[in-house]
Design a protein around this ligand. Structure first.
Ligand code: NAP
Ligand code: GDD
Length: 348
């Protein structure tokens, strides 16, 4: 039976995605719709991005939206009790690490208590629902082992990371205490042309596109020594989906297994737009220039430094490969080029 037939015969699985207006929410919605799901999304009334990403993918008309806020218990209980979903993906969060020092209480409430509110609503009103929690490599923070695996000790370095540890451990606790089918995906950084504009990769590719179209304003960045394991968001939502198709809930790292500097990412993205970056200077004086035009493309602004840094992330996704058959398919260089091209084309 095809997708339309499944829906007609009311055989389609039903999923709720919180954070559906975000990067991952958009790609996961697309994937579930392609797999014949009836997709529901939780949306804040004051949504920043509204449904612009879903409109861009041409799928906004295929989704049923519900008022939903992770800080509001009633909206969560109502959604879970009335929906009786087969699968609930909790992607909603205050997801920007940098803001979490300015808004530690809000970040903690949304990212930790918000997760617990959903878990408890599922336990009480819909125990058959399978649950996915968006855990993160940021939980490893000051890394205790390289590369990081599911059992690597956690040492978060930001209010965001601390709050995510709570959600991670609560998901484990509800699985072990109440037999809930709950899984945590410990996802390393994943990016795409739909990435939020405040994150470093998108900030770089949007800035490069602006410069390639004639701007003289350099891109201002903070700590350029950080290294990340960057993958493509579309690959990672496939991993989330696979986790909820297993017989038991569990925890899985999703990562590429390779780590790169911000300089490398920027150099690849710039090359896609015809610029060759040469890096000069150190610390706050470091700049990247385009060797052909001589223009300064990137410079440091200490305002973007963080109170504590996560210097190195690199994940070992062998458990996901062995148990889920999951692997990252897009390389970071392809990703950097894809994002730069997309931002350049969007700006024409
Ligand atoms: P994103 O683009 O920033 O999306 C976050 C989503 O959460 C948005 O839809 C946002 O809605 C929603 N949201 C924020 N506060 C909320 C609240 N109080 N109640 C309900 N919804 C709220 O994030 P993403 O990159 O797609 O990431 C998805 C999830 O994976 C997040 O939980 C993030 O922490 C986690 N994660 C991401 C990565 C990564 O590299 N992308 C890696 C590991 C884990 P508005 O549109 O209203 O703002
Ligand atoms: N955002 C940003 N802006 N980061 C910068 C800048 C800048 O101007 N300059 C340097 N960086 C450095 C940050 O200090 C950090 O070390 C690194 O670039 C990556 O920053 P982000 O792109 O903001 O991502 P993140 O790693 O802090 O957080 C993302 O990945 C996590 C998974 O590890 C988010 O998506 C989190 O939600 C996610 O959990």
């Amino acid at each position: 039976m095809d997708v339309a037939g499944l829906r007609e015969a009311k055989l389609a699985k039903k999923a709720l995605i919180t954070g559906i207006t975000g990067q991952d929410g958009a790609y996961l919605s697309q994937l579930l719709l392609e797999n014949g799901y009836e997709v529901h999304g939780g949306v804040r009334r004051i949504s920043h991005s509204e449904t612009v990403r879903l409109v861009g993918l041409g799928i906004d008309q295929d989704i049923t939206f519900h008022d939903f806020d992770l800080s509001e218990q009633n909206s969560i209980v109502r959604a879970i009790r009335e929906g009786q979903y087969d699968e609930v993906y909790n992607l909603a969060a205050q997801s920007f690490v940098g803001s979490s020092w300015d808004q530690p209480l809000y970040t903690s409430d949304v990212n930790s208590m918000g997760t617990l509110r959903i878990l408890d609503a599922i336990r009480t009103y819909s125990p058959h629902s399978r649950f996915y929690q968006a855990s993160t490599s940021e939980m490893y923070g000051l890394v205790q082992e390289v590369p990081q695996r599911e059992d690597t000790p956690l040492y978060p370095r930001s209010p965001y990371g601390v709050a995510k540890v709570f959600g991670h451990l609560m998901t484990r606790n509800y699985r072990e205490s109440f037999g809930l089918h709950g899984s945590s995906g410990i996802l390393f950084n994943h990016e795409s042309p739909l990435r939020g504009e405040e994150f470093v990769t998108r900030k770089i590719t949007m800035g490069l596109a602006r410069i390639a179209h004639g701007s003289d304003r350099p891109i201002e960045l903070g700590n350029m020594d950080a290294k990340r394991d960057w993958g493509y968001a579309k690959d990672y939502v496939r991993g989330m989906y696979l986790m909820l198709q297993q017989d038991e809930g569990d925890e899985y790292v999703l990562a590429t297994g390779r780590t790169h500097t911000i300089r490398e990412f920027a150099t690849w993205a710039a090359a896609e737009l015809g610029m060759t970056l040469a890096w000069e200077g150190e610390g706050q004086d470091e700049v990247a220039r385009d060797t052909s035009s001589g223009k300064t493309i990137i410079k440091v602004n200490p305002a973007f430094y963080r109170p504590a840094e996560v210097d190195l992330l690199v994940g070992n996704a062998s458990k996901a490969r062995d148990k889920l058959g999951w692997e990252a398919e897009v390389s970071v260089e392809e990703l950097a080029r894809m994002m730069a091209r997309s931002d350049y084309d969007a700006a024409t």
